[in-house]
Design a protein around this ligand. Structure first.
Ligand code: HAM
Length: 416
């Protein structure tokens, strides 16, 4: 038997319903906030992720699925969406309309070579919202609230709290990095092997190291908030003020740095408000990325959420399957032919119909109709059919009615 690759999964049954429910929410929020859908390739030039997500980030050093194609091109399966969207924004010159923000959303599979565990897969799905061309603090608040409301609308069995921080501008980060190095250097040998390298290549990454997460040395680490420039501090204060106005449940988390290199200023994560602290999504400003990848200087902000993690927090009982309007029962050849023709007609009238697919007995068909919670059972019976009549049983009241076959569509449409 051939089995699926490690870290991948099949979605079917109730999970498919959960996925469709989240997709529906994402599309509906995109509509109300006026974001337009975008689709980009599953694979991109590896250089794109090196230059955006960061050469020294965990994603690029350990997690990308890299391959060389038959034309010797170095490609990677996308580990996240932002880099591709920025590439597409520049390549397709979407910055043409300078007066208005460009608002894009996606809902796509991503690939990271991670150690699979609950909520951490090698193939997973992210929905994301990216907004280009506005540096207003209102935009930060609007985007953060979009994700927060969407997650709250998903009827999760846990509450969500927004973790918020600011990485400030280049100057703030460079001052902070110096302070970090100064603090950590005496403890170098007590850090994990990766962090010993990070201190030289990208000290900020030490703050989100999975190995050193519980290391007591990191508990007393300097906080970035103390190194923010006055402008960055003011900007952050305004964002917090707006989140208060919108009454969003947030807390300032001064250890939050996010695992991707392109961020500056506001960063945030949606985390469950319990001991599990499951991160459902995250994002932030990336005001320099468009320029760094060759586009015009364009501020931008966005976030993405992991759909599988959200699905894990939706109770099965909270999802109603698609209800069957009518189950068509048939036994003999004449009844089966009538079932074929009538089901076709009813489905064209938008009714959800199931039929006897497997030559079942009357008893088994009644049982299946009950299991499917069919509202009506249409008992096609040769005797009735000869008189131009069709027996309809209301499966809730158990009442049976003989309906003229020419009126069956109207009868069902009015009684459903
Ligand atoms: P990220 O924090 O790397 O950000 O991923 C966002 C979300 O994707 C995570 O919070 C998590 O729910 C989900 N996720 C990440 N890795 C996995 C995995 N291996 N298995 C299952 N779910 C996973 C980004 O990707 C940024 N592009 C977000 C962003 C958009 N920033 C600005 N715009």
């Amino acid at each position: 038997m051939i089995i699926k690759p490690k870290g991948t999964y099949d979605i079917y049954g109730i999970d498919m319903q959960k996925l469709e429910f989240i997709n529906m929410l994402v599309n509906s929020y995109a509509d109300t906030y006026n974001f337009k859908a975008i689709r980009t390739p599953i694979f991109e030039s590896s250089e794109l992720f090196h230059r955006s997500v960061g050469e020294t980030s965990d994603i690029v050093t350990k997690e990308t699925y890299d391959f060389v194609d038959r034309g010797d091109r170095k490609l990677s399966l996308r580990p996240e969406g932002t880099a591709s969207i920025v590439r597409s924004y520049i390549e397709n010159k979407m910055y043409g309309n300078k007066n208005d923000a460009t608002k894009l959303f996606y809902n796509e599979t991503m690939y990271r070579y991670e150690r699979p565990q609950s909520g951490r897969n090698r193939e997973f799905t992210q929905f994301g919202f990216e907004l280009f061309g506005s540096n207003n603090e209102e935009t930060d608040a609007e985007l953060i609230s979009l994700g927060y409301h969407l997650l709250n609308d998903a009827h999760l069995n846990k509450n969500i709290i927004i973790h918020l921080n600011s990485l400030g501008d280049n100057e703030s980060r460079s001052n902070y990095q110096k302070a970090l190095v100064q603090y950590l250097e005496p403890y170098l040998n007590e850090l994990c092997e990766d962090c010993q390298k990070r201190i030289k290549t990208n000290p900020l990454r030490i703050l989100d190291c999975k190995v050193d997460a519980e290391n007591p040395i990191l508990k007393k680490i300097p906080k970035i908030n103390d190194y923010l420039s006055t402008d960055a501090q003011n900007q952050f204060k305004i964002v917090c003020h707006y989140l208060n106005l919108l009454d969003l449940n947030y807390e300032i988390d001064s250890n939050l740095v996010r695992g991707l290199d392109y961020y500056d200023h506001t960063i945030f994560e949606y985390i469950t408000d319990d001991d599990d602290k499951i991160t459902l999504g995250g994002g932030g400003r990336y005001n320099s990325l468009v320029k760094e990848l060759g586009g015009p200087d364009t501020p931008a902000i966005g976030f993405a959420c992991g759909i599988e993690r959200i699905m894990n927090l939706i109770n099965n009982d909270d999802l109603k399957g698609k209800e069957i309007d009518a189950y068509l029962m048939s036994i003999n050849e004449e009844e089966k032919i009538k079932s074929l023709v009538l089901s076709d007609l009813l489905r064209l009238n938008n009714l959800v119909i199931e039929t006897n697919n497997n030559n079942l007995s009357m008893k088994s068909q009644f049982k299946i109709a009950d299991e499917l919670h069919s509202k009506f059972i249409i008992i096609l019976n040769s005797e009735d059919l000869k008189k131009g009549l069709i027996k309809v049983k209301d499966n809730l009241t158990k009442e049976e009615t003989l309906v003229d076959e020419n009126e069956i569509v109207d009868y069902l449409l009015t009684n459903i």
